[in-house]
Design a protein around this ligand. Structure first.
Ligand SMILES: [Zn+2]
Length: 567
């Protein structure tokens, strides 16, 4: 086996059919070497139940012993899938039969292991007659949150702790956090009952898979859930599905999981890492990705970024944070309003907080800036008038050319083409009260993309979000630079570049650039006064600033570049 990593541990999840397929241990040992020759593996999760398939305790004990003898830790796994229905079907938590299955699977895990993880099928999309009656007058969200919390407490935790009081019970959250509440996932209350949580960081193919997941999400969701259970988010988990089109797309999930400082990385699953078909490439590639990350991670402090408040019950502008992340905007998300933060970002989902206006008021009176989206302005409606008279109209504009402003909105620069035409909402605002820092040009008119004005000791800033969030990638550098300027004003470095170049920032002034462009591109970094030296993180080689305090460098397609700023 390859040597262990200094900065994180690794695991492989083995589904129940993977476990049941291990019938000849000698043969399996040779097969498993395909993974361990490439990557160090600290732990395996061994699943007892999934979709009506069970593993016997006798077989599980044999498999467990095989791994333990190799020095690999073992934990249990359960996938609460099963009932019919369309798409991925969940269990029905009104059915005793399903609750008995969960109870039995937890019993088996607690008798065999000291830890178990629930795969992210622990949700409900059941609308059977029983659920409709039990729901009553409540919304599906209210009903499902209450229904599932009961199962968590009375079935899962009670069973696990009564058999094995020291049992570490982990709930793994899926990467689709925008839809948690609707399906009963509750990262606000569940972490109070579970010992630990885990994070799904699967982004797969962002263009052609059914879940609409920009790659930055692999980083963002890790950080977001860290704030749901600080210190108890045990790791990130991804798979190769929908990634065979591009091996780098598979690996990027791992890079971003680790850039977000995951303690452990779980590769799903044993069957999809074996030396067969397209999967045979995955383990060797993952092994190299782990090594590259391990060389970097010890040199990175804690992740930082503009404070992105997303309350637990937020809904709206789904996955917009990750589209912005793909435009080189480092975000540090949280479930709580970031009091005291100097840069606060609020998208539509934050408008569910009924105290949001007074919280924003305090931020700006204390000298902070609030950056909000056009969706947020639309959602809060007239209440936004407390700060400034800006409204989102029903009118749209198609903009093909764009502008920044060299003087805080007094004049606009000449037209710069975007990558493609963009459909944006028209924002109604009052000239000479509010200033356009970036705009989109259309026939005989222009429309704001970035608006800013002062409020108290701070600023209120509005960013126009295209109807298709993916069109953010079509904004040219001049617009994206203006948007980044709002978000990264506290950092000593500013990224001047087109979209699909991500920037990860750490509190020791270490940074990583990652390109998702399908071509090589030159990027420019601009450094604040006070920056004495810039070095490449890995080699320590100095990167010289020019007389404008800038460094331009080529960034290879789908690659990482890490550097450090010395003040
Ligand atoms: Zn049901």
């Amino acid at each position: 086996m390859r040597e262990g990593y200094k900065n994180f541990t690794t695991a492989v999840y083995c589904t129940v059919s993977d476990v049941n397929s291990i019938t000849n241990l000698e043969k399996f040992e040779r097969e498993f070497a395909h993974i361990t020759d490439s990557a160090h593996i600290d732990k395996v999760y061994l699943e007892y139940y999934r979709s009506n398939e069970w593993c016997t305790k006798e077989h599980m004990l044999e498999v467990k012993e095989f791994f333990n003898k190799k020095g690999i830790k073992t934990s249990g796994g359960i996938t609460t899938s099963g009932r019919g229905g369309e798409g991925f079907a969940s269990m029905c938590f009104e059915e005793d039969e399903d609750k008995d299955k969960i109870r039995m699977a937890v019993e088996l895990c607690a008798e065999t292991f000291d830890e178990l993880i629930l795969d992210d099928f622990y949700f409900t999309n059941c609308r059977c007659e029983k659920c409709i009656v039990a729901k009553g007058d409540r919304t599906w969200t209210e009903f499902r949150l209450a229904q599932k919390l009961e199962v968590s407490k009375d079935v899962i935790m009670k069973t696990a702790k009564s058999i094995n009081p020291g049992m570490n019970v982990i709930i793994k959250y899926p990467q689709w956090f925008e839809y948690y509440n609707e399906t009963g996932y509750d990262p606000v209350n569940e972490p109070k009952y579970f010992d630990a949580i885990y994070t799904g960081t699967e982004t797969r193919n962002p263009d052609y898979s059914q879940q609409h997941l920009p790659k930055y999400l692999s980083y963002f969701v890790m950080r977001y859930l860290e704030s749901a259970a600080p210190g108890r988010n045990l790791g990130g988990w991804f798979d190769p599905f929908d990634c065979t089109y591009n091996l780098t797309s598979y690996l990027e999930q791992g890079y971003l999981t680790l850039f977000a400082k995951a303690k452990e990385v779980t590769l799903f699953c044993l069957g999809a890492l074996r030396k067969q078909g397209p999967w045979r490439l995955m383990a060797p590639a993952a092994g190299e990705m782990f090594e590259e990350c391990d060389e970097l991670l010890g040199k990175l402090g804690n992740p930082v970024g503009a404070a992105a408040y997303r309350p637990g019950r937020a809904r709206g502008e789904n996955d917009l944070h990750s589209y912005l992340g793909m435009c080189g905007i480092p975000l540090e998300p949280g479930f709580e309003y970031p009091e005291g933060a100097k840069t606060v970002f609020l998208s539509e989902g934050a408008a569910v907080d009924k105290d949001i206006i007074s919280k924003m008021h305090k931020t700006m009176m204390d000298g902070g800036d609030c950056i909000v989206t056009s969706g947020f302005v639309r959602k809060v409606g007239d209440a936004f008038g407390q700060f400034v008279n800006i409204k989102v109209t029903d009118r749209k504009a198609i903009v093909k050319e764009f502008a920044g402003s060299p003087n805080n909105g007094i004049s606009l620069s000449g037209p710069v083409p975007g990558k493609d035409a963009v459909l944006i909402p028209q924002i109604d605002y009052c000239t000479n009260d509010v200033w356009e820092l970036a705009a989109g040009y259309a026939k005989a008119n222009n429309f704001p993309i970035v608006l800013r004005t002062t409020y108290g000791k701070g600023h209120i800033c509005v960013v126009t979000i295209p109807d298709n969030y993916g069109d953010l990638y079509n904004y040219p550098a001049v617009v994206l630079n203006a948007i980044r300027g709002l978000f990264t004003k506290e950092l000593p470095v500013k990224l001047l570049a087109e979209s699909q170049i991500q920037l990860f920032a750490y509190d020791n002034n270490a940074y990583i650039l990652r390109s998702d462009l399908p071509y090589n591109e030159s990027v420019t970094l601009e450094f604040a006064e006070g920056v004495k030296k810039v070095t490449e993180l890995k080699s320590g080689r100095e990167l010289k600033m020019d007389s404008n305090r800038k460094i331009s460098m080529p960034l290879m397609s789908c690659s990482n570049f890490a550097f450090r700023v010395e003040m």
